[in-house]
Write a protein that binds this ligand. Sequence first.
Ligand code: ATP
Ligand code: MG
Length: 334
Amino acid sequence: EEALLEIEDLNLSFDTYGGEIRAIRGVNLSLRKGEILGLVGESGSGKSTLAKAIIGVLPKQNTRIKKGRIWYKGLNLAGEKERVLRRVRGRGISMIFQDPMTSLNPTMTVGNQIMEAVKTHQKLPSTEAKEKVLQLLQRVGIKDASLRMKQYPHQFSGGMRQRAMIAIALACKPDILLADEPTTALDVTVQAQIIELLKDIQKENGMSIIFISHDLGVIANVADRVAVMYAGKIVEIGTSTDIFYHSKHPYSWGLLSATPSLETTGDVLYTIPGTPPNLQQSIQGDAFAPRNKYAMKIDQIKQPPMFRVSDTHFAATWLLHPEAPAVDAPKEIR
Ligand code: ATP
Ligand code: MG
């Protein structure tokens, strides 16, 4: 299938007083037209950094792209000037965040904020622009749109604020939507509604979505493909079936067994022991090795390449080396 976005060997660091934080350490990823790609991983694995790199909103002062490219419509977003990135943000790629309150302007009505987004996308006479705002509000499921457009974000519930953010994101008719934990702050019922809304909109517009979450249950419900991130790298990628039923990476096994849904009843069987590596220190071998009970000698020395499991499924673990001993996924997740 056609790739809309192609990330090649992206390496990105933050300079801090404590030293260099290597937040993205060689990411390769392609996003296809019309797919929902789930991105999962523990806190600090680099999910938000990756999304912000794509849309070009990382802080200029201390972000350093050390290597790699982000291809989108013939542009390398990793090297483009702010002027170009702004145009891409207005036309092709939008992002929504966990807490809409931080991205909505508290001093401006919701209607005017959507209006601004509409106007950056296309020049329209005011009456038509206002009509578009109403349509967008209705599309994201906000009732009494003509009243609601005159209200301020604090007059909206959490779920409605997220809907308003989605309306802003849609105003520019993006072909890529980056959704960074868009439902994490919401209660379960509202969470399900927002997910359904995103799925419906995706079907209508045929856009591609990168859906970030640390909740595998949510990812299972939305994603066509899933990428698992650990310490700034994608360690496994495949279709939802590949990842949820045939995963090959011991880190994915850990995430899956730490998820109470998938057939187990409530009690968490297993959490991944240990903590992610310090990204300020250089990492020898496989970054997951210290937490991997199946680690071998080579894990201490050399980073595993992405081994091919099938045409759709890849994982970076030495367990997939032809000479490695056969290891089965733990029985709780089989
Ligand atoms: P979470 O699930 O908690 O949202 P995440 O996977 O989104 O985590 P990131 O926010 O991308 O993780 O962070 C990756 C690493 O980069 C972390 O070590 C984080 O502390 C660091 N980091 C992120 N932004 C900055 C920044 N602006 N300056 C310095 N370090 C940063
Ligand atoms: Mg994040």
